[in-house]
Design a protein around this ligand. Sequence first.
Ligand code: PRP
Ligand code: URA
Length: 213
Amino acid sequence: MAKKSSQFHLLDHPLIHHLLTEARDERTQPPRFREVMALIGEFLAVEATRDLPTRRVRIRTPLERYEGQTLQLPITIVPILRAGLGLAAGFHRIMPEAHMGHLGMFRDEKKLSPVSYFEKLPRDAAKGPVFIIDPMLATGGSAISAVKVMHGHGCRDVRLLCLVASPQGAARFAKAHPTVPVFAAAMDRQLDERGYILPGLGDAGDRLFGTSD
Ligand code: PRP
Ligand code: URA
């Protein structure tokens, strides 16, 4: 399903192409945009958790004994506010046991560097894998900073889930965090002079929540 190039995993699937095209379409309104983001979030979650360890459990089906597998918890998802909430909803839908932390960051419009304004994380995040979720890997600054925060809290297994990456952002991220896997639904062409991804989908937070500058 995913094409791999070192730590960058690009999901290549007709359903993803279909959904992402709908997300990119300027006519897609917030209610549907949120649903599409959540659906793609489910795909990203499946792909990014492919190697998670499980432990054996003995249960009974209505007919007989059965030895099955269950995920080892805790699993932590950390959307970067605001836009990460859209994909995170899909991740949480298929993995409701995951704990959710939040990192609030916005981009300084001039310097294009991240400004942190909120942090609330589960106490046991360092005991399991952490999935940072942000749809746009543009300059890469926000994602790089979010990973540093999680490393600072002792989290060793940190992964990044995004919707659309720019070549510049992906390269900068790989340089800053060469061992952190990235799972993305698309690699776009370039950044424009305002740091927006082209062709991209515009401002993900605004499109999710119906706001605008
Ligand atoms: C967007 C996006 C990322 C960041 C990506 O957030 O959700 O967090 O920009 O840009 P970067 O890779 O150049 O750091 P934004 O500042 O628009 O905040 P919002 O999610 O609250 O709208
Ligand atoms: N943030 C967004 O929401 N969109 C972009 O294209 C870049 C950063």
